[in-house]
Ligand binder design. Structure first.
Ligand SMILES: [Zn+2]
Length: 239
């Protein structure tokens, strides 16, 4: 899951911009975070303003910029987060943690908790996976019944297949990093591309730069853009 940096609350006439109704935040969020679902990472022209803390849980945050992310209808709706209770301190979020370290992307675009995680970090990553249901795909015993319209897994798989197709073309110098990243930004799934091009720092650098709002501090530019913990001061959960 792409880690992102939320900008400060946009200003208007010297004070915090009003987001009543909250849908008014859509353009500002897209400018900040790019046209991507904050959770499944799909590119979309139909994203919703996502309340990190749902309006059911705390109505006072319904118009609060700091409580917003962007989400597709699946991640925001019943297949995903909906109005489930959220406790920041027990879940990895893309604007608070290096969520690229929370998960692993595998062949076919499947997503699991990063097997290298242990202890509380692992639990917090699992909690995010379950909150959004990103591992919902046919055949996963964890979900005996699936909403047939939840095609998030399929879109992630298609992105994986594109990335795998482009990798040898890049390595054979038939495609440039820019050509690959231009295409990737129109499909979304930053994490899929980053994983498939793991051995190619120039592509990773351009992915970070080209996907608006990517948290640059989550990748070490002095070490091949390896992902690094975002909260190193936290002994319990540095992720
Ligand atoms: Zn989504």
């Amino acid at each position: 899951m792409r880690p992102v940096i939320k900008l400060d609350w946009p200003q208007e006439n010297g004070s915090q911009k009003s987001y009543r109704p909250h849908t008014k935040a859509n353009n500002d969020l897209e400018e900040n975070l790019g046209p991507y679902c904050s959770y499944c990472e799909v590119f979309s022209s139909d994203l919703e303003v996502e309340h990190v803390i749902s309006q059911d849980q705390d109505a006072t945050l319904a118009h609060d910029w700091n409580n917003f992310l962007l989400a597709c209808g699946r991640c925001n709706g019943k297949c995903g987060k909906s109005n489930k209770h959220v406790d920041f301190t027990t879940i990895h979020f893309p604007h608070l943690n290096n969520t690229f370290l929370s998960f692993s992307y595998k062949e076919g675009g499947l997503i699991t908790v990063n097997p290298a995680l242990t202890g509380i970090s692992r639990t917090h990553a699992e909690n995010m996976l379950n909150l959004i249901g990103l591992d919902k795909y046919p055949g996963n015993a964890k979900y005996p019944t699936l909403n047939q319209n939840d095609s998030r897994w399929k879109h992630r798989r298609i992105a994986w297949e594109w990335a795998k197709r482009y990798l040898p073309e890049y390595e054979a110098d038939n495609l440039t990093a820019k050509q690959i990243v231009d295409f990737a930004t129109q499909r979304g799934f930053f994490s899929v591309w980053y994983t498939v091009f793991a051995n190619h720092p120039p592509v990773k650098q351009l992915l970070i730069r080209s996907f608006a709002g990517t948290a640059t501090n989550c990748f070490d530019s002095t070490n091949s853009y390896q992902p690094v913990p975002r909260n190193p001061e936290s002994l319990a959960d540095p992720i």
